[in-house]
Design a protein around this ligand. Structure first.
Ligand code: HSE
Length: 289
């Protein structure tokens, strides 16, 4: 059995802790055989555990503690701590591993509830499970996660992925504790129109509004000084819009197909400690082969 989970980009600017898209980079988990002990083979670096302390198995064994030990292969091209949902992909894969091996018969909605409870918000785990464009909300009062999946319009996505990591925790620490009622109303109204524009297939408007976030990007800018430079290039060269991917430091530019090569080239030419990748929206989300 092979489990595939896509990378994700959360927020899309103003859709903070709520909106996300799935991307064409993947985590693969392959069950190789039953084993005496739990064993994960991977080439992801010595800091990633190969036993039950690996996040994949912590999640899976919490859900299904009686699973028999397995030898598993893990591979991923989702970079860690770059705002591309690497830990969410592992959480979702862990849930699916338990689901399949312990015959739990979980629905997508149940997987989402479990993943959101572990991750804290649904903006990465939502599109990782469902694929495409996911708009989700966790209702603390009723302890329920709502999610609507919708088609994200055709476009090219250019990812500017810094070599340096930025931990979500550090990137959340710079956020304000509170916003005024007036600020919150304006910030959420901008998010609402951004989402409506995506649903209408109006990427020029959606991209513009993705740049009008009031919840987080301005506070995080000091941690991601490259954001404004990339945004300027994107604006000058006919891109739809640019935003911080999740908590950063990756920045995504949503661009029309015919502008992708030129914008990509200009980002490559920036003297920076980053690499550039051209990605597509993953339409499927979690898959089991
Ligand atoms: N919405 C989250 C944030 C994504 O921006 O902090 C990272 O988990």
């Amino acid at each position: 059995m092979k489990i595939r989970v896509p990378a994700t980009s959360a927020n899309l600017g103003p859709g903070f802790d709520s909106c996300g898209i799935a991307l064409s980079k993947y985590l693969f988990i392959e069950v190789l055989k039953e084993n005496d002990t739990w064993e994960i083979i991977h080439e992801l670096g010595s800091e990633i555990p190969t036993d039950e302390t690996n996040l994949l198995l912590r999640v899976a064994l919490k859900l299904a503690p009686n699973m028999k030990p397995l030898k598993i292969r893990m591979s991923s091209d989702i970079p860690l701590a770059r705002g591309l949902g690497s830990s969410s992909s592992v959480i979702v894969a862990g849930i699916e591993l338990a689901n399949r091996m312990a015959h739990m018969n979980l629905s997508a909605a149940q997987k989402l509830e479990i993943a959101t409870a572990i991750e804290g918000h649904p903006d990465n785990v939502g599109p990782a499970i469902y694929g495409d464009f996911a708009v989700a909300a966790y209702d603390h009062q009723h302890k329920h996660t709502y999610l609507v999946k919708h088609h994200f319009p055709e476009c090219e996505i250019i990812a500017y992925i810094p070599h340096e990591e930025l931990l979500t925790e550090a990137s959340r620490q710079v956020l304000p504790q509170t916003l005024s009622h007036e600020q919150a109303v304006e910030a959420s109204a901008i998010a609402n129109v951004m989402i409506a524009a995506v649903i209408n297939g109006n990427l020029p408007l959606a991209g513009k509004l993705m740049q009008q976030d009031r919840f987080h990007e301005a506070y995080r800018e000091k941690l991601v000084p490259h954001l404004s430079t990339i945004r300027q290039i994107c604006e000058e060269e006919g891109g739809y819009g640019c935003f911080l991917s999740g908590a950063g430091p990756t920045v995504l530019a949503i661009v029309p197909e015919e502008r992708a090569e030129r914008i990509s080239k200009l980002l490559h030419a920036l003297e920076s400690n980053a690499y550039i990748e051209q990605l597509q929206v993953d339409r499927e989300g979690l898959q089991v082969f």
